[in-house]
Design a protein around this ligand. Structure first.
Ligand code: UT7
Length: 326
């Protein structure tokens, strides 16, 4: 079995920043409520002419340039997103076109906030079972495009952004020591976009009822997020044959600071080893983990040999966790 490793990272957050105070001008909320209940202070919002692939293209270019990776050396593009440019073709197609990487296979993964970890798992499988050597895995969203800006219970939570990583076979100690993904469709209606697909195609009525936006039962999702992130992390830790004391960095999905703190406490990972950027990014769904990885990588926080745990949970429900030796 080949072990894969991350050889480069990139990310992009759109220029426009929307603060909690800005939101308090459009819905009945406050900086105090949002900060205390979620840890979020501000989020980035894509411009009207920026689609998810546009963010992905910038993230990928940054990765290629910084880590000296030739785009022509990439054998496949995988994009975890639930806010594709169009329902079809895939968002990866637009990344491929913009970066001039013709003929390689490209596709999207719909696993919501777990999309990037699902992408890593699929890349691992492809490198182990095909002649593919290098894969670009992206994760991220323009959730602002499917946000109901009059629903205070959801519009304060999300932000736009895409992150990415290039993976290939590792020939040294570094790489993915474990990867675990899972899903349970029984609670799909707790977090979803009800219309726009084949179940509820777009009509005047669906638009009028704002059924093309995010619908979430926050409280219920919260409980499942806490339990499932703990379970997924434990599974990845045991599959990697390490103990939680070995973890140098815990990089959890950034959905709510209270979920992050509870999960870290349960895993007995001290606060100083937990990476948090939710105050600046909000919940970027599939972007959350790769954006965090790239910010840490660029800031020199990740040292060769460090043991890192990534852990995500999202709509579906889906989940995924992986232990990586940097
Ligand atoms: O990324 C995928 C997974 N997503 C998540 O993991 C999100 C999970 N859920 C959560 O993070 C939390 O449930 C929320 C942040 C969404 C909500 O926090 P909460 O502590 O569960 O609040 P709540 O829904 O129980 O609402 C408490 C009160 C309610 O008022 P009443 O009924 O007590 O009078 C809400 O109407 O807060 C009210 N409220 C707000 N008040 C001010 C809800 N949203 C807001 C708001 N500003 N933005």
């Amino acid at each position: 079995m080949k072990k894969i490793k991350i050889i480069g990272t990139g990310s992009y957050l759109p220029e426009k920043v929307l603060t909690n105070d800005d939101l308090a001008k459009i819905v009945d909320t406050s900086d105090e409520w949002i900060t205390q209940r979620t840890g979020i202070k501000e989020r980035h919002i894509a411009s009207s002419d920026q689609a998810t692939s546009d963010l992905g293209v910038i993230a990928a270019r940054r990765c290629f340039e910084t880590f000296d990776i030739d785009p022509k050396s990439i054998d496949c593009i995988i994009f975890g997103t639930v806010t594709p440019d169009k329902l079809f073709p895939s968002t990866s197609i637009y990344v491929q076109k913009a970066l001039n990487m013709p003929n390689i296979p490209v596709f999207d993964i719909s696993a919501a906030c777990s999309g990037f970890i699902y992408g890593l798992a699929v890349a691992n499988g492809l490198i182990n079972s095909t002649s593919m050597k290098r894969i670009l895995v992206l994760g991220g969203e323009t959730l602002s495009k499917v946000t109901n800006w009059s629903d205070r219970s959801t519009c304060v939570l999300f932000g736009d952004g895409v992150g990415c990583a290039v993976v290939e076979e590792s020939h040294d100690e570094s790489g993915l020591l474990s990867i675990y993904i899972g899903a349970d469709g029984n609670m799909e209606n707790l977090l979803h976009q009800p219309a726009g697909g084949s179940r509820n195609p777009a009509t005047f009525e669906t638009v009028e009822k704002k059924l093309h936006t995010i619908h979430m039962e926050g409280n219920e999702v919260y409980k499942h997020a806490v339990n499932t992130m703990q379970m997924a992390a434990e599974k990845a830790i045991s599959m990697a044959n390490i103990s939680s004391e070995d973890i140098k960095w815990f990089i959890p999905h950034q959905a709510n600071i209270r979920i992050i703190d509870t999960t870290a406490k349960y895993l007995k990972v001290p606060k100083e080893k937990v990476f948090v950027n939710i105050d600046k990014t909000a919940n970027t769904s599939a972007g959350s983990i790769p954006i965090a990885l790239d910010q840490m990588n660029r800031n020199g926080l990740l040292k060769k040999g460090d043991i890192i745990l990534i852990d995500a949970f999202g709509a579906g429900f889906t989940w995924g966790a992986s232990v990586i030796r940097w």
